[in-house]
Design a protein around this ligand. Sequence first.
Ligand code: FRU
Length: 490
Amino acid sequence: MNKLEKARDYESKNVKKITSDERPLYHMTPAIGWMNDPNGFSVYQGEYHLFYQYYPYDTKWGEMHWGHYKTKDFLKWEILPAALAPDEAYESGCFSGSALEREDGKHLLMYTAHLEEGEEEKTIIETQCIAIGDGIDYVKYEENPVIQEEDLPEDFCVCDFRDPKIWKTEDKYYAICANRAEDGAGQLLLFSSEDAMKWKYEKTLERCFYEYGDMWECPDYFELENKDIFVISPMNMKAKDLEFHNGHSVIGMIGTLDKESWSYKREQVQNLEYGLDFYAPQTVLTPDGRRVMIGWMQSWASSTFPPEKNQWFGMMTVPRELTLKDGRIYQNPVRELLSYRQDPVIYENIDLQETLELDGVSGRTIDFTTEVDFSCSESKYFTMKIAADDRYYSLISFDVEKESLTVDRTYSGVHHDIVNMRTFPAYLKNGKLKLRVLLDRFSVEVFVNDGEQAFSMTLYHTPMSADKIVFGSEKKVKMNVEKYAIITNE
Ligand code: FRU
């Protein structure tokens, strides 16, 4: 049995042992074992396919495979057999990459072959490879790797050279890859190809110069409302005020790319996510023209501790529609989620003072929006305890004067000394703050003011019985609440 057969055999014997209530209801998790980055997010034969960095045999990172799912609506995911395993001499791991549907109806995957050799002195060589398939089975191209050291300008390092994002224009294929420049910081390399098999280095599109972390990982490129966007996951960021938290972070660059000279004019850089758990996102363009992003709902530093009994670890965020407004990337849950909302509970213009629980506003698989009006209030703060009972809760609090939100899971049941709290800007709009909150058993995602900011946080250690929501305000405020149960008939 080769490694792929072994992984598929293991899946067929073990995946069924995980019951549906041990997983989130509408968020994607690995078939079994470990998951990190989303990979190959693409439309293939009318369905969305999503692959992911995968180690089936443990809930820790290991020899990287590609796991595989597909979905029609971004919320109900069908598990497919593992797609790639590190079976070839040029790889000890199949690292991140992307995918597209070729004109001949084949599904093309472009990934990084990561090769680590040597016991005491390790050498790492990263090259880019192709696999072609039919939506289930993928065959690695016999002339892999398709981009390697000799294709790079002299002195470019191959130990950090990964995560190709491929796209096609009318006449050519293009790919960008993350690479470490001579100064040790990240850069984005552009390659072109006539057939996606033979590639030519074109240009270094962007460089980090240690301004945003050091090595850049998992680049994505797309156009959004006539702007050219790069989404990048920098390693080892240093926080700047309340923007760009420390460690592994995600930024969005907005600018204009001249497609003749390949020069990029960077206009804005924004923090894409303010939560505790978000990294390495990828996007897909839907047939109806929406740019949808999904991210790994975890970060390398923050929450790498699964509950002991778990046979899986790692979740993806809910897929999010991206739009551009006033020079900023907004994100909101895909509209497909609306059709799973049931049993509305609506409160309008109610008074909140001190603490309040509302009939029907509770649960761990819900979608609710609260709009708090501070315009006629002297209240200095608003709080919301979620996934709460007498012992556990996670806190979202708004400081009215500073216009900042703080998210805190210190009392969520977590028993490791990891990052549990983060504060970031959130602005009043005509005196109001609007929060849309998605809870799904082991996580919470919040969208502020119709997507101006988003933040995610895993809640692996809060018992399901902790399902209360408790609102709080220092002084009287007016509030609207609209709550729905998410029901998928899983
Ligand atoms: C990002 C990353 C990628 C790499 C993969 C390995 O989280 O480090 O750069 O391809 O994970 O699993």
